[in-house]
Every structure is written in structure tokens, then in C-alpha cells.
Design a protein around this ligand. Structure first.
Ligand code: TYM
Length: 333
């Protein structure tokens, strides 16, 4: 069976190690599998659900595309496009919004987190954001969606919407029910300052994350200052699990080095953090610096980036507009 892969990343400022290890690295793995057709989207419609600066957004869209390419995505193998170039997404989102229930949306924890205390002032776009995400996925008959752990609930909602639509219109498998592809061990990369909080673009301190365009010196400095505890590295995963900061740093090392957490524990157990941090910085520089130089190079080649997005947009439009046409027939337009 051919796997149909779809995923998206918001163009909101620099992407960080969490985006890379939780999602983009997996995008590349899928692209390089033989029986997989991959579509990766810069979800700019999602990015306007919170206050934004139009001039910065334009740059961030290009920079996110550059990050995809610098991380190993190949526009000849995968469809790479931006959401606002393909009207099917907005159209599909409206139609699916007539199937989704308010009660389902009211349960979304990410809306609650992002809207904060003053829910009444959050945009309607932020509230119905997961419906747009469902349209992104369902319009391409997606079978698998590689994402980080924080998107799990949105994926469950997507599945509910697909099932409900199929049922409402007596359809058998019209919308495919997509599988979330969330890694077992490293699905949630945590802040370098607090092992219980997710690494995130919106965290105020830049020392909480490694950005994919950080220089070598910045990486070394951030890892030096990353929170740890006074004990040496433990001997077992069970002990490690009681120490969130240690678990996060060892997790980052394992994921970058494509090895299980157990192997990293075996490699470093009994050693102190200063020694481990040196190895971690070296590994980060080894893996991240080539990506960051390539991002910088591509950022200067605006016409190339725009060409990639235009070509991808045509391909995405061709696929998704056919699905929208069928949807319109089904609902009686
Ligand atoms: P976004 O832009 O917040 O994040 C992009 C991807 O990075 C993952 N991620 C993380 N993974 C591990 N640890 C972290 N600290 C971390 N931070 C972010 C996210 O899980 C995500 O996979 N709603 C989505 C974008 C989207 C989408 C889609 C995804 C829109 N439509 C359709 C899949 C399919 C979002 O805001 O991701």
C-alpha cells in the first residue's frame, strides 16, 4: 500500500530543535521511503489566527520553506507548498466546520493554552483552527501524519470529523481516517530551562530552545546554561524518568544520534553533566550547523524559494480541488 503523508508547520519565526526532531526529521524519513507520497505545507493561514506582522510573515514563510529544504526535503520528491496558495483549504475548512461540533472544539487544550485567560478576545480563527487542520489532512486522502506529541488531540479531532462526515452522508471511506505518526521516545522536546515545559517558539527566553539558525557559539552557550541537576547521569531509564531535565537532554542526544535512549544512558551513566554537555554540544553543532548554513544560503535565494512554492502550489491544487469537487457533489451543491 502506498502511504500518503501530509504534515504542516506554521511560519512563525525561527524553527527550533523541537520542530526538527519532533516533526521535520521524520518528514525527511518518510520522503526517503519507497512507498510514500509526501506533501508538506507551510501553514500560513494558521499563522494569522494570532496577531502577526505582515512583513515578518512574508519572510517567515520563505524561511520555513528554506528550513524544509535545508533539512533534507527535496521539492522533486515531495510536494512543498504554502497553504494560502491553494483555496481548497479554506473552502474545505468551511464545509467541515458544518460537520464538526462545538463540544469537540471546546475540548481542545491548545486553544485554551493559546487563548489564555481572556478567551472572549481570542479570534474565531484560533478557535476553529483544528478544523482547518482537518481540511489540510483530509483533502489529500492522507493515510499518515507525522507530528509532535502536542498535535495528538488535533489529529483525533480530524479523525472524528472524517468519520462523522462519512456517516452523515452514508459514505464508505470517502474521507480516509488518518493515522498520527508520533514517535515513541522523542515526540516532545522540552525547554532547556524547564524539563516539564515544551520547547516552543512562544517562550520568551531564547535560552529555552535551540533555534535551527543558532551559531556554534550560541549552541555551546545554551547547552552550558541548560538546566540540569547535581547528580551524575543515572544507570537506568527508570531513574532517568524521575529527572525531567536530564531525560530531555539525553533524549535530544539520542534522537540526533538516531539511537535509543537506553543506548545513551549506557554510554554516559555515572558521568557528570559537564562531560555529557560537551558531547551534546559537539553533536548538535555537527547536525545543526550544516542545516543552519544551508538555511542562510537559501534565504538569499528568494526566487528559488518562490519557484519551489509556486510549483508545489500547482500540484497541491490539482489534487485537493478534485476532492473539493467531489465534496460539493456529495453535499448537494
Ligand atoms: P507547529 O507549527 O506548532 O509545529 C510544527 C511541528 O513541530 C512539532 N513540535 C514539536 N515536536 C516535539 N517537541 C516540541 N517541543 C515541538 N514543538 C513543535 C509539532 O508537533 C508539529 O508537528 N497545527 C500544527 C500545524 C499544522 C498541521 C496541519 C500539522 C497545520 N495543519 C496538518 C499536521 C497536519 C502546528 O501548529 O504545528
Amino acid at each position: 500500500m502506498i502511504k500518503k503523508i501530509f504534515s504542516g508547520v506554521q511560519p512563525t519565526g525561527n524553527l527550533h530543535l523541537g520542530n526538527y526532531l519532533g516533526a521535520i526529521k521524520n518528514f525527511v524519513n518518510f520522503q526517503n521511503q519507497e512507498k510514500a507520497e509526501c506533501i508538506y505545507c507551510v501553514v500560513d493561514l494558521h499563522a494569522i489566527t494570532v496577531k502577526h506582522d505582515p512583513a515578518k510573515l512574508k519572510n517567515s514563510i520563505r524561511e520555513t520553506t528554506a528550513t524544509f529544504l535545508a533539512s533534507g526535503l527535496d521539492f522533486k520528491k515531495s510536494v512543498i507548498f504554502k497553504q494560502s496558495d491553494v483555496p481548497s483549504h479554506s473552502e474545505g475548512s468551511w464545509i467541515l466546520g458544518c460537520t464538526a461540533k462545538m463540544g469537540w472544539l471546546n475540548r481542545m487544550t491548545q486553544f485554551k493554552e493559546k487563548a489564555g485567560k481572556d478567551k472572549e478576545k481570542a479570534s474565531i480563527g484560533l478557535y476553529i483552527y483544528p478544523i482547518l487542520m482537518a481540511a489540510d489532512i483530509l483533502l489529500y486522502d492522507t493515510t499518515h501524519v507525522p507530528v509532535g506529541d502536542d498535535q495528538k488531540q488535533h489529529l483525533e479531532l480530524t479523525r472524528d470529523i472524517a468519520q462523522k462526515f462519512n456517516q452523515e452522508y452514508n459514505l464508505n471511506n470517502f474521507f480516509k481516517i488518518p493515522e498520527p505518526m508520533i514517535q515513541d521516545e522523542f515526540a516532545r522536546i522540552m525547554s532547556l530551562k524547564d524539563g516539564k515545559k515544551k520547547m516552543s517558539k512562544s517562550e520568551i527566553s531564547d535560552f529555552s530552545r535551540i533555534n535551527l539558525n543558532d551559531t556554534k557559539d550560541i549552541i555551546v552557550n545554551k547547552i552550558k546554561k541548560a538546566k540540569t541537576d547535581p547528580l551524575p547521569i543515572p544507570e537506568s531509564i527508570e531513574e532517568l524518568k524521575k529527572r525531567p531535565e536530564a531525560q530531555n537532554l539525553l533524549g535530544i542526544y539520542s534522537s540526533l544520534n538516531n539511537q535509543g535512549l537506553k543506548d545513551t544512558v549506557n554510554e554516559f551513566s555515572g558521568k557528570n553533566f559537564s562531560e555529557f554537555k560537551k558531547s551534546l554540544s559537539d553533536l548538535l553543532i555537527d547536525k545543526i550547523s550544516p542545516i543552519s548554513s544551508e538555511i542562510n544560503r537559501l534565504n538569499k535565494d528568494i526566487s528559488f524559494i518562490d519557484k519551489v512554492l509556486t510549483e508545489g502550489g500547482f500540484k497541491a491544487h490539482e489534487i485537493s480541488s478534485k476532492k473539493v469537487k467531489k465534496i460539493k457533489e456529495i453535499i448537494g451543491f
